[in-house]
Design a protein around this ligand. Structure first.
Ligand code: C2O
Ligand code: CU
Length: 462
């Protein structure tokens, strides 16, 4: 068993019990202003200065946006950053013109300008929002927030519902965000991996809980490139949803791998005794480190509650027959130790040295960056399968916009609905989905240095 240390908890372990706040709902049609601007945050302990960040509302994370399933969300982005930006509503099956992809579904919103986002929320679950312009820099500076869509009826009964956005930061010894966003070494390797982990912008996130209380924890990996390997101590429970979508049956919680952009909804019971620690920990090479603490104070009830049922399913269409589905292949190439010699960029073949000079080190099917033609065109309602072959020396977390997909397993059965899937080096993952959302949609690696470095393609639906 991995030893959990409290490395990051030299300060503020106790006394940080946040006041319980009731969720506030955006409510139908009330336009809210989401101001992207500079701000500062206490990412590091108090002996360090505050960190200058970019954030929605000037804070990191940005506000938790909440609504009920089926409601309309209206958010006006006001860009007060020194750089053009946009907002992508990650995992929402949204209409195409609201998807927030700068240069594709809209133009980037210049400094001082605004853009009105207005869309319906078809699915309940844990989603998030982030920029989609120079994403590798803007997210590393702190621009992201959670979007929680509450179940209308049949929400599971829990004592607490917590959103935990897990991020890693690359900080200088003055606790400032290290520049060097375009570092080609990062781009060709694992991406920009940080040296400091926060939960909700706090390196000592802590919440007092009574024994035998039940919590819903909504985990979101908001890191540029870091894959988290999470375990709990003193908390036992189930995974009930992945990437917003309910599992057919709750799955007992063991180690949870969370790739960039992935989410997991957990229902956990506090099993530790009063005075004992309960933790969420990230398992690293040299041990497990608590990243969120749940000091146990008092007792909620006499014993543990019975196991929860599944969350109500979202209205995602079922897959058509897989044998006759339209098939496509995506070969991932490039990166350090990948042996790629050339690729097509902007319609012409370039050798790897010229590519690197232009900041491109990866390719899909021999094409670096967005090709002129889509990876595939699907008729509306068609079932599509894409085999993604990782022929590189690195893992990649592939994200499809506008749809959720299922992995086709070797035995022909399919996995849970997801919008982002991790593909290990040398591994092939085949996904299938119903192309029911018209428009041009991105398919890219969510390790942001990889997508900026060429791992980006698109599909046309309808
Ligand atoms: Cu979360 Cu194309 O992104
Ligand atoms: Cu990648």
């Amino acid at each position: 068993m991995t030893r959990i240390t409290r490395r990051q908890f030299h300060t503020s372990m106790l006394g940080a019990a946040a006041a319980a706040t009731l969720p506030t709902f955006a409510g139908a049609n009330s336009a809210q202003v989401l101001r992207a601007r500079e701000g500062s945050a206490r990412l590091a302990p108090s002996e360090y200065p505050e960190t200058r960040i970019w954030g929605y509302g000037g804070s990191v994370p940005g506000p938790v946006l909440r609504a009920r399933q089926g409601e309309r969300m209206v958010q006006r982005l006001r860009n007060d950053l020194p750089q053009a930006s946009s907002v992508h509503w990650h995992g929402i099956r949204i209409k195409n013109e609201m998807d927030g992809v700068a240069g594709m579904t809209q133009s980037a919103v210049a400094p001082g300008e605004e853009f009105l986002y207005e869309f319906v929320l078809p699915d309940a679950g844990t989603y998030w929002y982030h920029p989609h312009n120079r994403t590798y820099e803007q997210m590393a500076r702190g621009l992201y927030g959670a979007l929680i869509v509450h179940e209308g009826l049949d929400a599971p009964e829990v004592d607490m519902d917590e959103v935990l956005l897990i991020d890693d930061w690359r900080l200088t010894d003055q606790a400032q965000i290290a520049e060097g966003f375009g570092d080609m070494h990062d781009w060709a390797h694992a991406g920009r991996i940080g040296n400091w982990i926060t939960v909700n912008g706090n390196s000592g996130w802590s919440r007092e809980v009574p024994q035998y209380s039940r919590m819903r924890l909504r985990l979101v990996n908001t890191a540029n490139a870091q894959i988290f390997a999470l375990e709990t101590r003193g908390l036992e429970g189930w995974i009930v949803a992945l990437d917003g979508m309910p599992l057919e049956a709750p799955q007992p919680l063991e180690r949870l791998t969370l790739a960039p952009a992935q989410r997991a909804d957990l229902i956990v019971d506090v099993m530790a005794d009063e005075g004992e620690g309960a933790f969420l920990a990230n398992i690293e090479r040299d041990g497990g480190f608590a990243i969120a603490a749940f000091p146990v104070v008092g007792v909620k009830r006499q014993a543990r509650l019975p196991a929860p049922g599944a969350l109500p399913p979202n209205p995602v269409p079922s897959l058509g027959p897989l044998e006759t589905a339209t098939r496509s292949k995506l070969q991932m190439e490039g990166g350090a130790m990948g042996g790629m010699r050339s690729a097509i960029m902007g319609g012409r073949t370039m050798d790897i040295r010229d590519m690197v000079a232009e900041g491109k080190v990866w390719a899909f099917n021999g094409i670096a960056d967005m090709g002129e033609n889509p990876l595939l065109e699907a008729a509306l309602g068609e079932t599509v399968r894409i085999a993604m072959i990782n022929d590189t020396a690195w893992p990649h977390g592939m994200h499809l916009h506008g749809h959720h997909f299922r992995q086709i397993r070797a035995d022909g059965t399919v996995g849970p609905l997801r919008d982002t899937t991790l593909i290990d080096r040398g591994e092939t993952v085949e996904i299938a989905f119903v192309a029911d959302n018209p428009g041009d949609w991105l398919l890219h690696c969510h390790m942001l240095e990889h997508s900026a470095g060429g791992m980006m393609t698109w599909l046309r639906v309808g």
